[in-house]
Ligand binder design. Structure first.
Ligand SMILES: C[S@@+](CC[C@H](N)C(=O)[O-])C[C@H]1O[C@@H](n2cnc3c(N)ncnc32)[C@H](O)[C@@H]1O
Length: 356
């Protein structure tokens, strides 16, 4: 008998079989849940009495045959209840709080859409596994729209009520200061702050023309908010701002050190930098008990890391972690860095530092 045969743990193999099958089923269900969000099916079932597939399809304005198949998948997956006596389906109230637009930041069907977004680049990614390099933003045409939907939940819930008090800048923003948001994406953070603080001036920078076009249209009615297409690693904005923010916009940059040095340079003395980055440790084993860690490393492999590598960048990855982030901020010149968090955004660390 070989060593491998004697040490083979049958119980472990059985448990893993069950887990692997679970992954297969849950992967499939993540697509169904994303479709439930996009079609509005979860919203139309929210708070409703049990109904047949025909009634649910009519209420949602959708094709019955597709709705019935979708409901069958969700019933088998334990997401909706099914009563075979009258062939009715119901979304339990204990589930709807995580699956509907009413759930706001808790709505898990929004990040669920990232699974299908990432699947679109799977074959291209297999090629870069072999050859190195990365996939540029052009490979992710749905990225800005999905990012904007994901960020909207936390910005609307937490930006004015939780982030501004954390910075202790309500008075300054009310009186009027200059604020930049670097890697602003579709620009909602500057838009919301611009509306709340009309005496302050806000500029959003991003290299995505899609994001900046969307942002400029959204804020067309605000005189104190503007957006510019720019590479964050080459901003050249000397001592112009009192507050600079980055929301999940450093780790996926090609040249994060240049971006941070530019942010330091663009702040006036006494100005504040808020750097929001995924809550993670730089040490793999310290992330292993985080229930979102497999998702985080997957997003990293298939988006955040690869977009950075596509431009010859550092490829820090989503889980570059608070230790490395603190090192990068310190190297850029920031001191007395404190790490905070907010209630409506449990997945991110809020690094706050003032330029001496
Ligand atoms: C994860 S998204 C975050 C967007 C936005 N801050 C939010 O929270 O919704 C990262 C953003 O950084 C931008 N970005 C990446 N590299 C950049 C660079 N070198 N210069 C400017 N923007 C960059 C991307 O276009 C993208 O909009």
């Amino acid at each position: 008998m070989t060593d491998t045969e004697t040490s083979f743990d049958k119980e472990r193999a059985r448990a893993f079989t069950s887990r692997a099958l679970g992954i297969l089923n849950d992967g499939a269900l993540s697509l169904m849940m994303s479709i439930g969000h996009k079609t509005g099916l979860f919203d139309s079932m929210d708070g409703q009495d049990p109904a047949t597939s025909a009634e649910i399809a009519t209420n949602s304005g959708l094709d019955e045959r597709y709705v019935r198949e979708w409901l069958s998948a969700l019933a088998c997956g334990g997401i909706v209840d099914y009563d075979p006596s009258n062939e009715t389906f119901c979304l339990p109230q204990e589930h709807s709080g995580l699956l509907t637009r009413r759930a706001g930041p808790l709505n898990l069907t929004v990040p669920m859409q990232q699974i299908s977004l990432l699947a679109e680049v799977e074959d291209d990614l297999v090629e870069v596994f072999k050859e190195g390099g990365g996939l540029s933003y052009e490979k992710f045409p749905r990225f800005q729209a999905l990012m904007s939907e994901s960020s909207e939940r936390r910005f609307r819930g937490g930006l004015v009520n939780q982030v501004v008090p954390l910075l202790d800048m309500t008075e300054a923003l009310t009186a009027g200061i200059d604020v930049a948001d670097v890697g602003c994406g579709s620009g909602l953070a500057s838009y919301l702050l611009g509306k709340e603080f009309p005496n302050s001036r806000f500029v959003g920078f991003d290299m995505s023309t899609d994001g900046i076009t969307h942002a400029s249209e959204m804020a067309a009615d605000l005189d104190n908010v503007s957006y510019e297409v720019a590479d964050a690693a080459a901003l050249n904005q000397s001592e112009r701002f009192d507050l600079v923010t980055t929301f999940d916009a450093i780790h996926d940059q090609a040249r994060p050190k240049d971006a941070l040095a530019g942010i330091f340079a663009m702040l006036r003395s006494g100005g504040t930098y808020l750097c929001v980055e995924p809550k993670a440790s730089s040490v793999l084993e310290e992330n292993m008990s985080d229930p979102m860690a497999p998702f985080m490393y997957t997003i990293s492999t298939m988006h955040c890391m690869t977009v950075s590598l596509a431009y010859g960048g550092d490829g820090l990855g989503t889980a570059w972690g608070h230790q490395l982030a603190t090192e990068y901020l310190t190297e850029a010149g920031f001191t007395d860095i404190r790490i905070e968090g907010i209630r409506d955004d449990r997945g991110n660390n809020y690094f706050i530092s003032t330029k001496p």
